[in-house]
Design a protein around this ligand. Structure first.
Ligand SMILES: *Cc1c(COP(=O)(O)O)cnc(C)c1O
Length: 424
């Protein structure tokens, strides 16, 4: 079938003039993508970090099909439905104990918008109308809508919109050397500024190039934030649902955030869905006879029953023994593979957190999304039947948890071989 794709479609994150024509996927099963030219690719990045149980998983597909014949959608103001009730209960059960209320939206960016609006209006409803400043990390990525772009790092991706993005205070990612000075900075801002919230990607900054940091440093910052009445927002859009080796990255923390944003893996990659989960304390600041204290936010497809049915099925699969074992097995496999390439001269650093493995290549250009090695590496992996999409010079694996040993080994082999091919 001839592809007339470019006649009608504008692709995301794609320079349409110079990009190669997109691969035309006709079907997918488990970890394999099948294209119209008869080729197969192992999906080693879970289709942009969303697919956790493999493509066309029967259990999730059946749950959606059944739901589609029962109730496909209904307005979520004034109405409710079983898939949303069940999902909220499931999420509250697997999240840390103090999370109490689930607010639905459509994707990662909207889950972040909701979190920011919730945090700012929380203080507004309490009469603290100036308490509006947000703290975020350098190199953060929180989505592509205006609020989420504002809290994300300023860079080439959002340069055109700079005048419209609100100012935020920025902390460097903590490490052994800077953690004390960052704590001092946070104390200083807490004293002088009207800080509403601190938003962070716990343990792994995905889009920044799988930058990782230790739980203990984040724990210390959350402790200060709590002491100083700053709400903490964990953006677990990427890290949620097992990616980091535990169900949520915040499970590695002692101190709990007030709000968590979830999307990507939530439906196993079947349907778009975002949720923002908050504590009872936050909910209570909106719970009032005064209608102006209402949280005036919602989307047409809020809590879409098909998406909720997919998320219910996906969550059941996630917490089952089989999936938990796969997550541990991938984590161990990554660790063993990492040791075999760590000292290669073309490897600058290997980073791992659970099922996420990142290999930073040592190139003459600086580390960035626009590093030229990206295109060469991308094509090289495709030629080997592996779909990897490096972030500049950072090659990473983030597989569906159902990946088989031989498939994971093919991904490792492709990366290992690429170290020789790409360094030439
Ligand atoms: C992908 C991502 C988002 C944005 O999610 P979308 O569904 O693409 O809007 C937000 N935060 C983090 C940490 C992400 O990785």
């Amino acid at each position: 079938m001839a592809t007339v794709n470019s006649n009608y479609i504008w692709h995301p994150f794609t320079q349409m003039k110079t990009a190669q024509p997109p691969l035309h996927v006709v079907k997918a099963k488990n970890c394999t993508l099948y294209t119209d030219d008869g080729k197969e690719y192992i999906d080693a990045i879970a289709s942009w970090w969303v697919n956790i149980h493999g493509h066309c998983n029967e259990y999730i597909a059946n749950a959606i099909a059944e739901q589609a014949r029962t109730l496909e959608h209904v307005i979520f103001a004034g109405f409710t439905h079983t898939p949303a009730i069940e999902l909220s209960k499931k999420l509250i059960n697997i999240l840390p104990a103090h999370f109490a209320k689930v607010f639905f939206s459509d994707d990662g960016s909207t889950s972040v918008e909701v979190a920011l609006k919730m945090a700012i209006q929380y203080w507004y409803n309490k009469g603290l109308k100036n308490k509006t400043t947000i703290i975020a990390f350098e190199n953060a990525y929180h989505g592509d809508t205006f609020g989420s772009m504002s809290v994300a790092e300023r860079n080439e991706f959002n340069a055109a919109f700079k005048p419209f993005l609100f100012d935020v205070k920025r902390l460097p990612l903590p490490n052994e050397n800077n953690s004390n000075s960052i704590k001092q900075q946070l104390y200083a801002w807490a004293a002088e500024e009207h800080i509403a919230a601190f938003i962070f990607e716990p343990l792994v900054q995905g889009a920044a190039g799988m930058l990782m940091y230790e739980a203990k440093y984040l724990d210390a910052l959350i402790a200060i934030a709590r002491e100083k009445n700053i709400l903490c927002i964990a953006d677990e859009v990427m890290t949620g649902f097992g990616r980091t080796g535990k169900n949520f990255a915040i499970n590695y923390l002692k101190n709990e955030p007030d709000i968590i944003c979830l999307s990507k893996g939530i439906t196993g990659g079947f349907m778009p869905l975002g949720v923002t989960v908050c504590t009872q304390q936050i909910f209570d600041a909106f719970y009032d006879d005064d209608t102006t204290k209402t949280f005036f936010h919602g989307h047409s497809y809020t809590a879409n029953p098909l998406a909720c049915a997919a998320a219910n099925a996906s969550t059941e699969l996630l917490i089952a023994e089989k999936c938990q074992q796969q997550i541990q097995w991938i984590t161990n496999s990554h660790r063993i593979f990492a040791d075999t390439i760590r000292s290669h001269p073309f490897v600058k650093e290997v980073r791992q957190q659970g099922t996420i493995l990142a290999v930073e290549l040592s190139t003459s250009e600086s580390s960035s999304y626009f590093n030229n090695i990206q295109i060469t590496a991308y094509q090289y992996y495709l030629s080997k039947g592996i779909f990897l999409r490096p972030l500049g010079n950072i090659v990473y694996i983030m597989p569906p948890y159902c990946i088989k040993e031989e498939e994971l080994n093919s991904v490792y082999t492709a990366i290992k071989d690429s170290l020789f091919y790409l360094s030439k």
